[in-house]
Design a protein around this ligand. Structure first.
Ligand SMILES: [Zn+2]
Ligand SMILES: [Zn+2]
Length: 168
């Protein structure tokens, strides 16, 4: 659980407090295979009473394991994901219904949902191990980042083969 007690922060505009948590995908109840399955997830941030709301701003730091969509190798990357939300006490009058607000009750804000959502949203759709990944040879399937093959020289494009026939 990542709960911040906001009793002091609520008392005066300008009050701020920092927070720090260590969690994991398991503790966040993210089920199934995830890139962060075996990683430590570090949460760090600050809560500020800006008069209208309690503004939470922070960073999620973790490492994620992905499979390169080009060469199919597994690789690990460090991730820094900014997150934040504005919290308003549930029984306050709604100041601005357009604003991005989350309501809390009592003196505690639970960051679990926010952190879980921020992590899931930060997951890239397509990932490659490096910008220069050379991928797999389309003919023999060898990983061209770590090995070489001579397929390029051996295989003749079928369209070129037809051309060669015509030239005879
Ligand atoms: Zn790759
Ligand atoms: Zn090859």
């Amino acid at each position: 659980m990542m709960i911040i007690n906001v009793l002091l922060a609520k008392k005066a505009v300008g009050n701020r407090q920092t927070f720090e948590f260590i969690t994991s995908a398991e503790q966040l109840a993210i089920e199934g295979e995830t890139p962060w399955m075996d990683s430590v997830i570090q949460i760090e941030g600050e809560l500020i009473n800006n008069g209208r709301v309690l503004a939470v701003r922070g960073t999620i730091s973790t490492t994620a394991k992905y499979q390169c969509s080009c060469c199919l190798e597994e690789f690990t990357v460090a991730m820094e994901i900014p997150f934040g939300d504005n919290y308003q006490q549930a029984n306050d009058e709604i100041i601005d219904s357009e604003a991005n607000l989350t309501y809390y009750t009592g003196d505690e804000i639970d960051l679990t949902d926010l952190v879980r959502e921020s992590l899931i949203l930060a997951e890239p759709i397509k990932c490659v191990c490096s910008e220069n990944c050379r991928g797999l040879c389309p003919h023999c399937g060898i990983n061209l980042n770590t090995a070489q093959c001579d397929c390029q020289g051996k295989i003749i494009d079928p369209r070129l083969a037809v051309l060669q026939q015509l030239l005879k």
